[in-house]
Design a protein around this ligand. Structure first.
Ligand SMILES: *[C@@H]1O[C@H](CO)[C@@H](O)[C@H](O)[C@H]1NC(C)=O
Length: 420
């Protein structure tokens, strides 16, 4: 029904926006003219051919991480809690729903989509908790309700703007890591690695797959990420590699087959690159057609022990690093944060901080564009440690003059010339 109310006119426009970044879509559009049913025109399997993925994460929207948005968290009445789960349990369902709905409407919305588009970006990655599909939530689990409406609205605006959308299972049932707010909860143990939680995650993937192919608000969803940042412990993640990954692949594809999606319109399926340290993502996928796989590399130089905490070492590293591993790879999380971030080398209050950080931003862009491209973590932050920390927010870094209006300018700065 939603499809009918949306109307083919509008749909055409969004297709057009995509075709400006991909050659692939053009053929599909032609095919669409020949087909009677619009359903066949719901194409997703695109990636830019003549450009790179350049994007931002929507961190803190559907999973609040208090460290990067202290003011926001306080304004929601959650200041004394460490995670969403704790806050919902603490302040009660009704108060939490009201607080979170206000947050979803304002933290990142249509205004941001327009700005993202104006900054020459073409991709958004949206971290989601499994509770966005509310019937997956069990008794004794506490999550804010009503998020789907805002996700749908945001995806509609992103689709209209021609942005490529990656939906990322960022917070898995049971939590893929203990004591991490990015999982939405402060779990005492990583409870995800069990068949019943894999099943919940797969049901989420099937639901999102159906949405991407049948709800035009999600027309530009081109990839689903099976899980963000699982444990770096092979003994524990082995069952994920051999059970969750292949079964998720099969059931996403089965859903698409049931919907009559032609192979070239299938979704991309994203998994953490082997560089992450959770084993080889393809290990359990023998016999599966990996043609539409994508691999997610997260690279935070600040936590890369082999890189010395000084400016020259950072530039040298980013100009010469190879983020290969599994292919094709998108560097799906990175930032401008440094080790020793308030020390003499990296302090953002230095007179030359903006100029230097712009160079290092460009060096990272060059590095990640040797792969399929990049997605900055994150679009938006507010006060961290008492100051506006633009090293973690693309929007704030743009406003501070660190990141230029057009990210392709990175190629003109010559920051890596002569460095090998
Ligand atoms: C988005 O939220 C901001 C507040 O952060 C608000 O000023 C703006 O009007 C909102 N935009 C839309 C389209 O709702």
């Amino acid at each position: 029904m939603l499809f009918a109310s949306y109307g083919p006119q509008k749909y055409n426009e969004s297709r057009h926006a995509i075709s400006s970044v991909t050659a692939e879509m053009k053929g599909k559009k032609l095919l669409c003219l020949l087909l009677v049913s619009w359903w066949f025109c719901l194409g997703h399997a695109w990636l830019p051919r003549d450009t790179k993925i350049r994007g931002v994460n929507f961190g803190g929207l559907f999973i609040v991480e208090p460290w990067m948005m202290g003011d926001e968290w306080r304004s929601m009445g959650c200041a004394s809690y460490a995670s969403e789960f704790d806050c919902v349990k603490g302040i009660g369902q009704a108060a939490a729903n009201a607080a979170f709905q206000k947050h979803w409407a304002t933290w990142i919305n249509a205004t941001d989509i327009a700005q993202i588009k104006s900054l020459g970006l073409n991709t958004i990655r949206i971290p989601l908790g499994y509770w966005i599909k509310e019937d997956l939530v069990w008794e004794g689990e506490y999550w804010p309700q009503g998020g789907f409406y805002y996700l749908e609205s945001l995806c509609r605006h992103a689709t209209d703007a021609g942005l490529y959308i990656i939906l990322d299972l960022h917070a898995a049932p049971g939590a893929q890591k203990a004591w991490e707010a990015f999982t939405g909860q402060m779990a005492t143990t990583p409870g995800f690695y069990k068949d019943y939680n894999y099943e919940r995650a797969i049901q989420l993937m099937e639901w999102l797959t159906n949405m991407a192919h049948t709800n035009p608000n999600f027309a530009n969803v081109g990839a689903l990420q099976l899980i963000n940042e699982p444990l770096q412990n092979y003994g524990i993640v082995q069952s994920m590699l051999h059970n969750y990954y292949p079964n998720a692949w099969k059931r996403i594809r089965a859903m698409e087959d049931n919907l009559g999606v032609i192979p070239s319109n299938r979704l991309h399926i994203m998994m953490m690159n082997g560089l992450w340290g959770s084993g080889d993502p393809n290990e359990g996928l023998r016999g599966i057609d990996l043609g539409l796989s994508l691999y997610d590399d997260h690279h935070y130089v600040k936590w890369t022990a082999s890189v010395a905490a000084n400016r020259n070492a950072y530039i040298q590293h980013s100009c010469t690093d190879d983020r290969g591993g599994n292919s094709p790879t998108i560097v799906g999380e990175w930032s401008l944060s440094t080790a020793d971030e308030d020390g003499p080398e990296f302090d953002i209050k230095r007179d030359d901080a903006v100029a230097w950080y712009r160079r290092w931003w460009a060096a990272q862009v060059l590095c990640y564009e040797k792969q399929m491209g990049w997605i900055f973590w994150t679009w938006k932050v507010n006060w961290i440690n008492g100051h506006l920390e633009w090293r973690w927010g693309y929007q704030q870094a743009y406003e501070a003059g660190v990141i230029p209006q057009n990210p392709q300018d990175a190629h003109a700065y010559g920051v890596c010339n002569g460095i090998s």
